[in-house]
Design a protein around this ligand. Structure first.
Ligand code: GSH
Length: 261
């Protein structure tokens, strides 16, 4: 959202390292393309939560949106942050893109709700299943949902209709990690996204939108998801080329002008 709207100058971004030790997420600026905490100079994410609320003893999760001037956290919910960047931050956007367009709003929220459990959370339900029965149920639910959206995307360019929306970004985040992480490490292995003609072409179209490719770091994805393996070995494959051409122009609808230059 930050890249699509051209909000990079309004909102800086720090990137935590992949490993979570005893103190949770850490800033590891000496490792490849991870950054220091440029706002508070913290070593650990939990320090940032404590700064906003010294009594806080819950999980310190990412993403977290911070207010650098007031030195506090604003929100740590990905869905709400996505909406904030799209609407209240719109006045700072340098690209004219509305991913919550009038006329589609109810449908966008319905789709975001519909994909959240089986797809966005579904991959983790599969990956963290502790019994065969729990795994079997979770993996079936995940692939039922992917099969369903494969059918929708055969007829429709985007998840909520002819217009690119926040729902597509929610789906993108799971799809772009799927083959390189969830399929390998979380045993989401019935099919890969490249095996679904429509989901794969849809994923390539989203990846190709202006600014999006720069937000995807496959090494970061792999190091995050593969690192619980006791040896610390990161799998080298699969070799996925998100930059191959896609076939989505066969359907009605085009991405917003600012996103497809
Ligand atoms: N409600 C949050 C959940 C975020 C979340 O679970 N993030 C994971 C990484 S994708 C995390 O930070 N986990 C660390 C932990 O649970 O300790 C959201 O959807 O934004």
């Amino acid at each position: 959202m930050r890249a699509l709207k051209g909000l990079e100058d309004a909102i800086s971004m720090d990137v935590l390292g992949p490993a979570r030790g005893e103190e949770g997420w850490a800033f590891t600026p000496k490792m490849d393309d991870y950054t220091p905490d440029t706002v508070n100079g913290a070593d650990y994410l939990h320090e940032i939560y404590a700064k906003a609320d010294p009594e806080y003893d819950g999980r310190a999760s990412v993403p977290v949106l911070r207010d650098a001037e007031r030195e506090t956290t604003v929100n740590n919910g990905s869905r709400e942050i996505l909406r904030m960047l799209d609407t209240p931050f719109d006045k700072y956007a340098t690209r004219e893109i509305d991913l919550f367009p009038e006329g589609y709003r109810a449908e966008i929220d319905r789709v975001i709700d519909e994909i959240y459990e089986p797809v966005n959370i579904g991959v983790a339900r599969v990956g963290f299943a502790e019994t065969q029965a729990a795994y079997d149920e979770a993996v079936a639910d995940l692939f039922d949902a992917l099969d369903y959206w494969e059918g929708v995307l055969a007829e429709q360019r985007y998840l909520a209709g002819d217009e690119l929306s926040e729902a597509d970004l929610c789906m993108f985040l799971t799809l772009v990690r799927f083959d390189v992480a969830y399929n390998v490490h979380f045993r989401c292995s019935i099919r890969r996204i490249v095996d679904y003609p429509n989901l794969w072409n849809y994923l390539k179209e989203l990846y190709g939108l202006s600014g999006v490719a720069e937000t995807v770091n496959v090494d970061h994805i792999k190091h995050l998801y593969h690192q619980p393996v006791p040896t610390g070995i990161v799998a080298s494959g699969p070799d996925i080329d998100f930059t191959e051409s896609h076939d989505r122009d066969r359907l009605t609808g085009t991405p917003p002008a600012g996103a497809s230059e």
